[in-house]
Each structure stands twice: as structure tokens, then as C-alpha cells.
Design a protein around this ligand. Structure first.
Ligand code: SF4
Length: 178
């Protein structure tokens, strides 16, 4: 069975890919770029994934272009709810590619992160899967949180300090000066 896995970054891919391969699934990655800001950060994460993919012999489709403008236009005036758009577009893009490539399933490394809205990602993935016509492969990969982190440190992978968009970077680093 073939799975197209949306990969947000190399670190979050380690545990889900290991688990899927242990279960006998054939995995291909898909790296979505529009939500990772600024561009230099996107390149850093992509290069980390390329290095990791080479080590574990993983084929990856890298999204073409870099539509930061489209991303920002789609979340403007509702920035506090931006993750809904972001999850949906990443899942839908993956599902459409999976359909075109005749994959049996699609899934996402977002299911590994303790920092994401896990239940929402599951519900959205299943709903997108139904509308596109490719089943969403759900598993709670958060159980491998520590294992994934240890492994990424051992491999010396680049580890980012914020989720991805420019708003998450502000939330992580901005502090009001009094
Ligand atoms: S915080 Fe993360 S999930 Fe939410 S919109 Fe930004 S990049 Fe997407």
C-alpha cells in the first residue's frame, strides 16, 4: 500500500515514517512550502529534509513556487484562526497529489506534533479525504514524541524554533518592551 505523507519538517517525519515502514507501507513525502516564512527559513527546512531523505532513502515531492502572498491574503483579518486555513490547504494539496499519483492513502506529519490541534487535523483530514476520494490515514504519532526528538538530535538535523508562518514567529519571539 502506498502513502503520500505531507511532511512539515524532517524532525516531525522521523517517527511517522518509521512507524509506517514497520507496518509495511510504502511512503513518499510531500513538502508544502507556502506556510513557512520567511523564505530563508523555508529553504533551511527543505535542505534539512533533503539531507534526511537521502539518509533514509525517502522519495519526496517538493512543492513548486513560494506563495507567501496567497497564504497571507487567505488568513488576513482572521489571523487568530489562521491554522484552520493552513491545515486545510496542506491536507487538501496532499490529497489532490495523492489522487493524481494513485496513492492508497494520504497522511500528515502534523499528527506527530504535540503543538498542533490534533483532533482538528484528524477531522479535517478525514473530511478532505472523503471530498477528494483518497482515504486519510490516521494514527496518533504523538506517542513517539520523545523518540523522534532524540533521533533528530542524534542525526544533527536543523531544529526550528517556531511553527512556520510569520505570525507564529512573532508569537514565539516578540516581547513588549515596557
Ligand atoms: S501557526 Fe503553524 S499551523 Fe498555524 S498557520 Fe502558522 S504555520 Fe500554519
Amino acid at each position: 500500500m502506498k502513502v503520500l505523507l505531507h511532511v512539515c519538517c524532517a524532525n516531525c517525519a522521523i517517527y511517522p515514517i518509521k512507524t509506517m515502514r514497520d507496518e509495511g507501507l510504502e511512503v513518499m513525502g510531500f513538502f508544502y512550502r507556502h506556510n513557512i516564512h520567511p523564505y530563508t527559513e523555508c529553504v533551511k527546512r527543505q535542505e534539512a529534509l533533503q539531507a534526511y531523505a537521502e539518509q533514509i532513502n525517502l522519495k519526496v515531492i517538493y512543492q513548486e513556487g513560494y506563495d507567501i502572498e496567497g497564504f497571507i491574503q487567505n488568513v488576513a483579518f482572521r489571523e487568530s484562526e489562521r491554522c484552520n486555513y493552513c491545515y486545510h490547504d496542506r491536507l487538501r494539496s496532499t490529497a489532490l497529489l495523492a489522487k493524481r499519483g494513485k496513492f492508497d492513502y494520504f497522511s500528515s506529519t502534523l499528527l506527530y506534533s504535540k503543538h498542533q490541534k490534533h483532533d482538528l487535523i484528524r477531522t479535517m483530514g478525514e473530511s478532505v479525504g472523503k471530498s477528494v476520494g483518497v482515504p486519510f490515514l490516521y494514527q496518533d504519532y504523538r506517542e513517539g514524541w520523545k523518540e523522534g526528538i532524540e533521533c533528530s538530535k542524534q542525526m544533527g538535523l536543523y531544529r526550528q524554533h517556531y511553527c512556520g508562518c510569520i505570525y507564529s514567529e512573532k508569537e514565539r519571539f516578540y516581547r513588549e518592551v515596557s
